[in-house]
Design a protein around this ligand. Structure first.
Ligand code: H53
Length: 815
């Protein structure tokens, strides 16, 4: 956008006066933020309108996702509009601290982890690539909780992110649609078979649109977030009709609950019903709007798949399959066969996990009661699918039952998604191979052409340019500014990998970020950390398979060695943790308590001369990640091999020059192939070894406990009063390893991890060598830009005709 510093200052001061009626000097950071965001909203509005007009012709992609973990938007808007430098200079002249203003913005937590952040990265990439791709999600009234620590324990506080309003959303009441739950359906034969749906609960889905601005181009796409609202006409509440009034209030509460929180507790039936309601609400509202838009564009429904691609992010929106069938058949009078081929040609599906507990199923009774018409359609899909299977595998009931959409009283959403879409992709080569060869091998045999791989990618605009502007500038000076459009130009850093002058500049930038982070940590936790120590970061959701405990056990082991030999030659290390545990996941919550207790014990111990420090930062979110990325030397990516479908944190860290210590899992393998095995530290069991252990029913952890003194000491310390807290407090963790089979093979990988950590320290001590590793990581990170991934989706899956020619990237390896 073309606007100079003086003009911006004039417009900004004008905005401050209009909004707040006082001079700039008297405004708070919050008020200054309001004025800035309001001005940005004005800038975007006009561009949005023009972009919509231009996009009317082309094929549109709709990315349906239950999560969109956006992160703060203001700075990204400035970067993408090309205004960041102008605005920074303008504020500098005005004596205003832009960074402080930007900190006033809420961080919308409409997601939990990798899946939601990936969806947000792809929105950014689609707009950057000028592809007409839009997000469809839910406008949760409360984000995924705010995490507080009380005595080291996680406390979940509601994330009231809308309390002061969300400036970047545009409510579109006149595009609201109706969603129906429950009731009865009766078949009617009136020439054609039709279903009458009666006595249902009717809910209004109201869209709130958030603009998604492309980087230095004129594309503005839309993220549409749906909010559940009661019908106004249903409000009959007066003193004379108390019962109606109570019913009305109950109805209103029920409706508002639908978009109240992300992932309602599913340990009760009511909670599960609410989740299914959310899934249907999202898919039905989005598809109704998509078809309405098609009609507005005067495109006949029979051409749907030429003009629209609907992508479902994991199985949460898999109801798109039967819902699109319902809309085409019931609302538009299409026959089954035509509707089915259009549905399959329109929908594509990404699988993000092979973890059995995460593969969604719904009990038939619950499903049928909530979605009676959709159930009839799913049943029909299942019958037809089983008939096809019967033709291919006559008499093989076991095979057919294993693949059916409905079996044993449950509906399997992954099977529905595979049967009802034309493309199924995994998110890393290993993950796709496991899907094809193991978890979904039956489906792969049946539909060999549907399966493909799309290795994840992340936006370098947020996670490098925004998070680390100093590094971004150095990269521009070194390889040319074009790297921003062509991230593979970063390969041009390779000749500088061993250049001391370049290394020193990189080191100075990292050192600056480390000392800034150290100050923030001191402020937030009271713990003083040494900016010259190794910053070793482990941030992600807390989960057994992500193995925060493996990291913690190694820290305990290091501490034990230091206690035994206080003079031990050890490079000082700061271990940084961050992550939320799902509120109902007790062992994950206890892991937080355990690591906090360990941190407390170690940080207070004066005898180890501050050689190790441990901090667990509260409320890990996108904004915190952005502060950690540029300050991290070592990134922990240590899941049990085969369990992490891809991981995306690994990609964000290497972009910033961190070196990974990691297992051979998901994206780590492709990162190793790209950066070379000398520039990453890998260890531990391979995925095939892990899967073979699982096939044998596990292993005996007592062999390791009894055979490795280090492991025995550390595990005993969980239950012998070594840690602050009661002696039995951490027993469930102890038990999970020794009495419940160490499901995630922590003890099995312990020795290899300790060795890898030693190797890491050896390499770190050779400063030049370490910095050259760091440079090589940045150089090869271009391949992991979301722009590359998205181009692959656009070409292979959605068959889009992009407005701009598809750019060329260093190609990903074959599937
Ligand atoms: O999706 C990421 C992967 C990561 C995987 C994650 C994920 C969720 O965050 C939530 C549900 C789910 O099934 C998968 O765990 O490995 O990188 C994006 O693909």
């Amino acid at each position: 956008m073309n606007i100079d510093k003086e003009e911006f200052q004039r417009q900004y001061l004008d905005k401050v006066a209009k909004l707040h009626g006082k001079p700039l000097e008297e405004t708070s950071d919050g008020e200054r933020y309001q004025a800035l965001s309001s001005l940005i909203r004005d800038y975007i509005g006009q561009r949005w309108l023009l972009s919509r007009r231009r996009q009317r012709q082309g094929k549109q992609v709709y990315y349906l996702s239950i999560e969109f973990l956006l992160g703060r938007l203001t700075d990204m808007y400035l970067i993408n509009l090309g205004l960041r430098d102008t605005v920074a200079a303008a504020f500098f002249d005005l004596g205003v601290d832009l960074a402080a203003i930007l900190e006033s913005e809420e961080d919308p937590g409409l997601g939990n982890g990798g899946l939601g952040r990936l969806a947000a990265c792809y929105l950014d990439s689609m707009a950057a690539e000028s592809l007409p791709g839009h997000g469809c999600g839910l406008r949760y009234r409360y984000g995924f909780f705010e995490q507080d620590f009380v005595n080291g324990r996680q406390i979940e506080v509601p994330d009231d992110w809308l309390k002061t309003g969300f400036i970047y959303e545009f409510r579109r009441s006149d595009e609201a649609v109706e969603i129906r739950f429950g009731g009865t359906v009766t078949p009617e034969l009136n020439g054609k078979l039709r279903y009458r749906h009666e006595n249902y609960e009717s809910v209004l889905a109201v869209p709130y649109d958030v603009p998604v601005v492309g980087h230095l181009n004129d594309t503005v796409n839309t993220l549409r977030l749906w909010s559940a609202e009661p019908h106004r006409t249903d409000f009959v509440c007066s003193a004379t009709n108390r019962n109606d009034c109570l019913k009305t209030i109950e109805y209103k509460n029920d409706v508002e609950a639908i978009t109240s929180v992300l992932y309602p507790d599913d340990s009760t039936r009511d909670g599960r019903v609410l989740r299914l309601k959310q899934h249907y609400f999202l898919t039905s509202a989005s598809l109704q709007a998509i078809l309405a838009d098609l009609a507005r564009r005067d495109i006949p429904l029979t051409r749907l798949s030429d003009h629209v691609a609907v992508h479902i992010n994991d199985t949460h929106p898999a109801l798109a399959v039967p819902e699109l069938m319902r809309l085409l058949i019931d609302e538009h009078g299409m026959g089954w066969d035509e509707a089915w081929s259009l549905t399959v040609a329109t929908i594509s599906y990404t699988n993000h996990t092979i973890m059995p507990e995460a593969l969604e199923t719904w009990p038939v009774d619950l499903f049928q009661a909530l979605l009676p018409r959709i159930f009839v359609i799913v049943n029909e899909i299942n019958e037809r699918f089983c008939r096809e299977l019967w033709q291919r595998y006559p008499g093989d009931w076991d095979h057919i039952r294993a693949m059916a959409v409905i079996a044993d009283g449950t509906i399997r959403m992954a099977h529905l998604a595979i049967a009802g879409s034309h493309s199924v992709n995994g998110v890393a080569q290993l993950h796709t191979r496991i899907l094809k060869e193991r978890v979904m091998s039956d489906f792969h045999q049946f539909y060999p052409d549907k399966f493909n791989n799309k290795t994840n990618g992340v936006t370098h605009r947020r996670f490098l340019i925004k998070a680390n502007p100093q590094l971004a500038a150095l990269l521009g000076e070194t390889v040319g500014e074009q790297w921003v459009q062509y991230p593979c130009d970063l390969l041009g850093l390779l000749p500088h990998a061993a250049d001391p002058a370049f290394q020193d500049k990189l080191a100075a930038i990292r050192r600056w970020h480390k000392s800034k982070l150290a100050a923030q940590i001191l402020d937030a936790t009271g713990v003083r950390i040494d900016p010259d120590s190794i910053f070793d970061t482990h941030v992600k959701r807390i989960h057994g398979y992500k193995r925060q405990t493996l990291n913690a056990f190694h820290i305990m082991h290091l501490y034990n060695r230091l206690k035994a030999d206080p003079g031990m030659d050890l490079t000082p290390r700061t271990f940084i943790f961050g992550g939320k545990a799902a509120p109902a996941y007790r062992l994950a919550k206890l892991t937080i308590r355990f690591i906090n207790a360990l941190a407390d014990k170690i940080n207070r111990d004066k005898t180890i001369n501050d050689k190790i420090k441990v901090v667990f930062l509260e409320n890990y979110n996108v904004s915190l990640l952005e502060k950690l990325l540029p300050a991290t030397d070592v990134s922990e990516q240590i899941p049990t091999a085969s369990r992490e479908a891809c991981g995306t944190g690994n990609m964000k860290f290497i972009m910033n020059g961190s070196v990974i210590i990691g297992t051979l899992d998901g994206g780590n393998i492709e990162i190793r192939n790209a950066v070379g095995e000398d520039n990453i530290i890998t260890f531990g069991l391979t995925a095939d070894e892990v899967l073979n252990i699982y096939e044998r029913g596990g292993y005996n952890p007592w062999d390791i406990y009894c055979g490795d003194e280090r492991v025995k000491t550390v595990l005993d310390q969980l239950v012998n009063g070594f840690l602050p807290g009661g002696p039995d407090e951490y027993r469930p963790i102890f038990d999970s390893f020794l009495h419940h089979g160490d499901h995630f093979l922590v003890l099995k990988d312990f020795a290899a991890y300790v060795d890898a950590q030693k190797e890491l320290e050896r390499r770190y001590r050779d400063r030049r060598h370490w910095l050259s590793m760091s440079v090589r990581n940045i150089a090869h990170s271009g391949k992991f830009s979301g722009d590359r991934t998205f181009t692959e989706y656009a070409v292979d899956i959605w068959r889009l005709r992009p407005e701009a020619p598809v750019r060329c990237y260093c190609s990903a390896d074959e599937d």
